[in-house]
Design a protein. Structure first.
Length: 41
């Protein structure tokens, strides 16, 4: 299986991917890291 490139996904794509793959802890971390960046902006 190839590595998923979360940084290339749009916010909406990343959210949808995580909702469909809730077991993917790396996707959750990527999503939460990105949301943390939203709070700073």
């Amino acid at each position: 299986m190839s590595k998923i490139e979360y940084v290339t996904m749009s916010d909406q794509q990343l959210r949808q991917y995580f909702l469909e793959h809730r077991h993917d802890e790396a996707a959750l971390k990527a999503y939460l890291d990105r949301r943390a960046g939203w709070a700073i902006d």
